[in-house]
Design a protein around this ligand. Structure first.
Ligand code: GLA
Length: 412
């Protein structure tokens, strides 16, 4: 009886909190500080969809270590949709699929942990996941305890089958459930930006998707007739949301989706995709089959200089400074007064760059940074060539191939 009274009291506090427009009255906020730089890792969805099993996870974990990906910073393995049985057990617990994971999820997680990696799972705020497995709606606290007992470190929480559900409330409830369960778990909000998650996600989660699903192409739209929805080329996603960079930062990142590097685009496009994700301070979650990855793909994914731009401790998302006849200039303020600059050729033909720094001062009106090249001279380093490239006293000149990037770091 006491318990019942307490839970009635608690739920009335919750409802009051929401009705005042404050979506996070009920608990004490997310686990802080779990993602001070954008999370890095691997997720099963882009390549394998629901065709996942323990052999794949173990082999992927082994390769993450042996290939140098873990050393480069990729430390999460996340199993996306398809890890569960179609039904909960009689007590309402989720059941990992025993055919896909015959040794049990707990022992698989122990294996992943023994490699020095962290482990994540997926579920959905709705009644069912997007692929039709049991969703968490109504089971938030039970599922959070289940994840904490399993020992996971990351939860991706999707938004399918949510008709009639209020997004900020649903995500806040799960965030609170995770906090109450007590194990620090990075909470990844996968609401696609339908309800402007960037406006309310900061106290609730550590990262949030800003778009629908990615597709391995430069800037196409791929329409799925069945279900009537689209997935998007990486440049479409990079530019889908205007004016949201000010919402991203340490421990609350705009997430531009798992990467498609190594998933069928040209190596040049892979390189550009990776550079854009780094310029945007996006989480870097690989989505390719690591067991079949080429040397070129690995080199893109583990480019230390580019990763250091993504992981810069200032944590400021870059932006497009200019675009002229398909030649774009993207910039990102970095710690210690440095800047990352990416030239991007959007066109189908090669181009020549002749960039006069002095005529192109940078002003970041969201975060208050600026670089006036008439007042300060910067040393330039080309990050893909790993080579010094003069200073900002002289114009920067180079040839740039179609769909290619040149990424520079400017050091004051
Ligand atoms: C949604 C998400 C994807 C993936 C699938 C799984 O489409 O946006 O990233 O998790 O669901 O079904």
């Amino acid at each position: 009886m006491k318990k019942l009274l307490l839970s009635i009291l608690l739920s009335s506090i919750t409802i009051q909190g929401f009705s005042q427009g404050n979506v996070y009255k009920q608990g004490s906020g997310k686990f802080e500080g779990l993602a001070m730089t954008p999370p890095m890792g691997w997720n099963s969805w882009n390549t394998f969809e629901t065709n996942i099993d323990e052999k794949l996870v173990k082999e992927t974990a082994d390769i993450m270590v042996s290939s140098g990906m873990l050393a480069a910073g990729y430390n999460y393995i996340v199993l996306d949709d398809g890890w569960m049985s179609k039904n909960r057990d009689i007590e309402g617990n989720l059941v990992p699929d025993t055919i896909k994971f015959p040794s049990g999820m707990k022992s698989l997680i122990e294996y992943v942990h023994s490699k020095g990696l962290k482990f994540g799972l997926y579920n959905c705020a709705g009644t069912h996941t997007c692929a039709g497995y049991p969703g968490t709606r109504g089971y938030e606290y039970q599922d959070a305890r289940f994840y904490a007992n399993l020992g996971i470190d990351f939860l991706k929480y999707d938004w399918c089958n949510t008709a009639g559900i209020n997004a900020p409330e649903a995500y806040a409830t799960m965030s609170n459930a995770l906090k109450t369960a007590g194990r620090p778990i990075v909470f990844s909000l996968c609401e696609w930006g339908d309800n402007k998650v960037w406006e309310w996600g900061k106290p609730i989660g550590n990262l949030w998707r800003i778009s629908g699903d990615i597709y391995p192409c430069f800037d196409c739209e791929f329409h799925h007739e069945e279900g009537n929805w689209s997935s998007w080329g990486f440049m479409k996603i990079a530019e889908m949301r205007k004016d949201i960079r000010k919402y991203s930062g340490p421990d609350h990142w705009n997430d531009f989706d798992m990467m498609e590097v190594g998933d069928g685009m040209t190596n040049t496009e892979d390189k550009t995709h990776f550079a854009m994700w780094c310029m945007l301070s996006s989480p870097l979650i690989a989505g390719n089959d690591l067991r079949k990855m080429s040397k070129e793909t690995l080199a893109v994914l583990t480019n230390k200089e580019l990763i250091s731009i993504d992981q810069d401790k200032l944590g400021i998302q870059g932006f497009k400074l200019s675009a002229e006849e398909g030649l774009e200039v993207w910039v990102k303020p970095l710690s210690d007064g440095a800047w990352a600059i990416t030239f991007l050729n959007r066109t189908d033909a090669p181009k020549k760059i002749n960039f006069d720094w002095k005529k192109n001062p940078i002003k970041d009106t969201d975060f208050g940074f600026e670089a006036d090249f008439n007042k300060i001279t910067f040393k330039i380093k080309d990050l893909w060539k790993n080579k010094e490239a003069g200073t900002t006293k002289k114009n920067f000149t180079a040839d740039i191939a179609s769909h290619d990037v040149i990424t520079l770091i400017l050091i004051p």
